[in-house]
Design a protein around this ligand. Structure first.
Ligand code: SF4
Ligand code: SF4
Length: 270
């Protein structure tokens, strides 16, 4: 028997259906009568890796992207902030990246857009991500009438979701730490600011890493330093490790021995 992540009530409330044998028929292309209908009237939450890809796609700084394209953060159930993409202000609430020819950021579109019409329910259990896939069957989506057959694995590969899922899994582990630590409450405003910067404002986090004493306080090998300096995906992975340490006290970062000794000496003098 499948151990369902979502219970029957969750499924009844949504337009999600379990997949039969992990297979479905679907195609989405400019020829479908509903082309781009799914890019309006939607709430689109952005994960940290979505923000990284989109700000680079648009060639803007993290701060500019956040100012122009995201709404005020909302809290999800773990008490940490989450970003939503700002839609047009008219009644259609259309995605700002949609043009008549389709999605203008297609190669860097958010993970949720790639996954649709598959939905992923995931839970972080004992250090591993447990996931299950469903189909989102909304009346406006006519792609289900197309003949092309997929398994969920084929769909995920075809939509380039591997790296998105890896990054989202690391992010989810932080949100899970928040629940384990029973936060809220009491996550401090200072920690919330740190979380927001490390997850979403990567340009500011880079400055924090390279223009503060942080690299002198922890055991971080030269290869890692070089990678986080030149590769933003690696920098974001480092940001997740930092948050686990700085907010939840996990042993994801190792202070230098000299730093520990100095701290011990200072405590002994008290
Ligand atoms: S990012 Fe692209 S695919 Fe996603 S909602 Fe906007 S236009 Fe549609
Ligand atoms: S509604 Fe469905 S088939 Fe139509 S464009 Fe969106 S994803 Fe493709």
């Amino acid at each position: 028997m499948t151990d369902n992540i979502l219970d029957k009530k969750d499924l009844e409330k949504s337009s999600m259906e379990p997949m039969v044998d992990g297979k479905f028929s679907f195609a989405c292309h400019p020829g479908v009568p509903c082309f781009t209908k799914c890019c309006s009237d939607l709430d689109l939450a952005l994960a940290p890796y979505d923000v990284l890809r989109l700000k680079n796609r648009l060639g803007v700084s993290s701060s500019d992207f956040l100012d122009r394209h995201t709404t005020d953060e909302v809290r999800h159930n773990c008490g940490l902030p989450m970003l939503m993409l700002k839609m047009t202000k008219d009644s259609k609430r259309t995605c700002p990246f949609l043009q008549s020819e389709g999605c203008t950021v297609y190669e860097d579109r958010p993970g949720a857009c790639r996954l649709y019409p598959v939905a992923r329910a995931a839970k972080y259990v004992g250090g591993i991500v447990k996931e299950q896939h469903f189909l989102v069957k909304e009346p406006h989506c006519l792609g289900f009438h197309e003949e092309k057959e997929w398994t969920d694995k084929e769909w995920l590969e075809n939509q380039g979701l591997e790296l998105y899922n890896e990054m989202n899994g690391l992010w989810m582990a932080i949100n899970q730490s928040s629940k384990e630590n029973n936060t809220p409450p009491p996550i401090t405003d200072e920690k919330l600011k740190m979380y927001f910067m490390a997850c979403y404002n990567l340009d500011m986090f880079r400055k924090f890493v390279f223009e503060s004493r942080l690299l002198t306080l922890f055991q971080i090998d030269k290869r890692t330093v070089s990678r986080i300096r030149t590769d933003e995906t690696e920098l974001l992975k480092f940001a997740f490790k930092w948050l686990q340490f700085a907010i939840f006290g996990k042993k994801t970062m190792k202070p230098k021995k000299s730093v520990i000794q100095t701290k011990k000496r200072a405590m002994g003098r008290r």
